[in-house]
Design a protein around this ligand. Structure first.
Ligand code: FES
Ligand code: FES
Length: 144
């Protein structure tokens, strides 16, 4: 049993193997399915969450190592899409299929946490979008 703080709420999760990826715990046990699975090998960024303010790929974070940290998923940004990054995404109509977008948004949040703004954000992302929304991502981050 582990206690995880996700989006400001403590969750007791019944996981026997501490090496279980945080991504599976978020999605399958806690039920926060905004965070997506893409590659599972820390390449695509679909599983990006923010842990203690920093970008992390939840597909390679052991659940045991997330205990005692503040985990934020896309669901935790705002209850009504009013977070500045969500607003920029809406205004620039960034998503296409949407699958990669929670990871793209959370990587942007982490880049802002690290002190980057506007054009400095894009090089910090590295997320893969098979729909090719990069141009609209570029437009959105320019406004932040
Ligand atoms: S699923 Fe984690 S980086 Fe691709
Ligand atoms: S919007 Fe479809 S994968 Fe990025």
């Amino acid at each position: 049993m582990y206690t995880l703080n996700v989006n400001g709420t403590n969750y007791q999760v019944n996981v026997t193997d501490g090496a279980t990826p945080l991504l599976w715990v978020l999605r399958d046990i806690i039920g926060l399915t905004g965070t997506k699975y893409g590659c599972g090998i820390e390449v695509c960024g679909a599983c990006t969450v923010v842990i203690d303010g920093q970008r992390e790929h939840s597909c390679v974070v052991d659940v045991s190592s997330a205990v005692g940290k503040k985990i934020v998923t896309v669901e935790g940004l705002s209850p009504d899409n009013s977070h500045p990054v969500q607003k920029a995404w809406t205004q620039c109509q960034v998503p296409q299929c949407g699958y990669c977008q929670p990871g793209m948004i959370m990587a942007t949040v982490a880049a802002i946490n690290a002190g980057h703004h506007g054009n400095e954000i894009l090089p910090e992302l590295g997320n893969v979008c098979v729909c090719g929304t990069y141009e609209r991502v570029r437009k959105a981050v320019k406004t932040l």
